[in-house]
Design a protein around this ligand. Structure first.
Ligand code: AKG
Length: 466
């Protein structure tokens, strides 16, 4: 680390290490800014809503070149929403062998007008560092890009999404929640997970990300955020702020393409890191080595005047070296099931109640892949374990038939508050408690996951998760 400059103290709002339009001084900064009417309009949208639509001056021949050049190169992928096979995204298409296509991708990422707009919006030099090309709607669940890559200071990052063809509601338009960029930036530590590369390896990066997505959905639902979709015209671009919540709508017509390119930009004079695998406060930072697409050089990273020697501290170590803990003491103990969808319930262990429960809910779980019913059993409330299991087995056989197969995990441990919270992190959803049994209800409500209301809703959730 080598010292460049250091500002120790300043009362100037500009000294605050935040994008000027996202700072607590944003209104004040804006009132003082001298901007053309066009930039004033874009800056207002970014400040208030966290996104702005611009009509680019990009020649349609360039858009067509990207679309046609990449169309045969998209790998295939099965949509988790529709189950239909189709083309998947291409990351960093400026690497492809075909020169004209490569240049066209690059031209979109480095379009001079877009770069100028970003310079105004962030008052720092933009660094295009990643492109993603899509041939159809991504159907991505709502997220903020700050979980994938982020900067210190925060929020010096944005995306510019460009339509390579017209988009309507059938082709899975982009969706976003205006104003959501003003919410706090949420990382795994806010959800109670001390993340690191080792944790991501041990628990599965996808599992961590699914937990994050679920949280974001509960945030949108709980705050009743208003969603909008972008029915873009070919050549239009949408700029979104680092923390804007966004995703892709389901593709209702699986024959429709939705060619688009999104470029992600950092801004100079920051440190860049991968939040899903990091917990900066706990000292785990997975740094990102950022290459500026404008000159293909890796950029120097700075933290408040210091230049960082970019050593990804975790990179050369194995998970065991990084996390030499007894597996029993891992922060998030594993539920002993391989299934990634875990549904918690606490039925009453009585023949008729169990039959109703099996008929309604276990039937749905038995019909879904990769799912496990986690059933609470507490001897203080449920009596003799052996007879309860006997009743459960006969209820399943009676309602589901003797050939049916279902994974049931009996959760009969003693729990303190901490263990319950940890358990909650591994669940997908909970099922309602029959009757007004307050002890069961209280237990089920402890978990910070969605509580399903009906067998139909459970079936929908399981269909979406596959
Ligand atoms: O294009 C889309 O549907 C979503 C893209 C997206 O979420 C992203 O690039 O972060």
């Amino acid at each position: 680390m080598s010292l460049i400059t250091r500002k120790l103290y300043s009362t100037d709002p500009d000294a605050l290490r935040m994008p000027w339009l996202e700072s607590p001084f944003a209104e004040l900064n804006f009132a003082r800014a001298e901007l053309s009417p066009r930039l004033r309009n874009i800056a207002t949208q970014i400040m208030q809503d966290g996104y702005a639509v611009i009509d680019t001056d990009i020649d349609h021949a360039v858009l067509d070149r990207v679309r046609e050049g990449l169309a045969p190169l998209h790998p295939t992928h099965t949509s988790r929403v529709t189950g239909v096979e189709g083309p998947d995204r291409i990351q960093d298409a400026w690497r492809v062998d075909d020169g004209p296509t490569k240049r066209a991708v690059f031209n979109l990422a480095c379009n001079p007008d877009i770069l100028n707009v970003l310079r105004t919006l962030y008052r720092r030099e933009p660094i295009p560092f990643q492109t993603l090309n899509f041939a159809r709607g991504t159907e991505q669940r709502t997220h903020s890009d700050t979980i994938h890559f982020h900067s210190v200071p925060h929020r010096f990052m944005c995306a510019v999404w460009i339509a390579l063809e017209d988009v309507d509601e059938t082709s899975g338009p982009l969706h976003y929640y205006p104003g959501s960029h003003k919410l706090p930036v949420f990382e795994m530590s806010d959800l109670g997970v001390v993340s690191s590369r080792a944790v991501a390896i041990q628990q599965g990066s996808q599992r961590l990300y699914t937990e994050y997505e679920r949280f974001i959905q509960s945030l949108c639902d709980g705050l009743q955020l208003k969603k909008r979709t972008f029915h873009a015209k070919k050549g239009q671009a949408l700029i979104w702020s680092a923390n804007l919540l966004h995703g892709g709508e389901p593709v209702s017509d699986s024959m429709r393409s939705r060619f688009s390119q999104v470029t992600h930009y950092f801004f100079e004079d920051c440190v860049y890191y991968k939040p899903l695998w990091s917990d900066i406060r706990a000292g785990h930072t997975i740094a990102i080595n950022v290459r500026n697409l404008r000159n293909m050089e890796c950029i120097e990273q700075h933290y408040n005047g210091y230049t960082l020697d970019l050593v990804d501290a975790d990179a050369s170590k194995t998970a065991a070296e990084l996390f030499p803990m007894d597996p029993d003491k891992l922060p998030v103990p594993d539920l002993s099931t391989e299934a990634s969808i875990r549904i918690m319930a606490w039925p009453r262990y009585e023949p008729e109640a169990l039959e109703r429960f099996a008929d309604q809910y276990l039937r749905v779980i038995a019909g879904a892949e990769d799912s496990c019913a986690c059933l609470r059993f507490d001897a203080n409330h449920d009596g003799d374990y052996a007879s309860a299991m006997q009743m459960l087995a006969s209820a399943c056989e009676k309602t589901l038939g003797s050939d049916a197969s279902i994974e049931i995990l009996i959760v009969n441990d003693d729990f303190d508050e901490v263990k319950l919270r940890r358990l909650g992190r591994q669940l997908t959803c909970t099922l309602p408690v029959e009757g007004g049994d307050s002890i069961r209800q209280e237990f089920i409500r402890t978990f910070p996951v969605h509580q399903v209301e009906s067998a139909e809703e459970l079936a929908n959730i399981l269909a979406i998760l596959h």
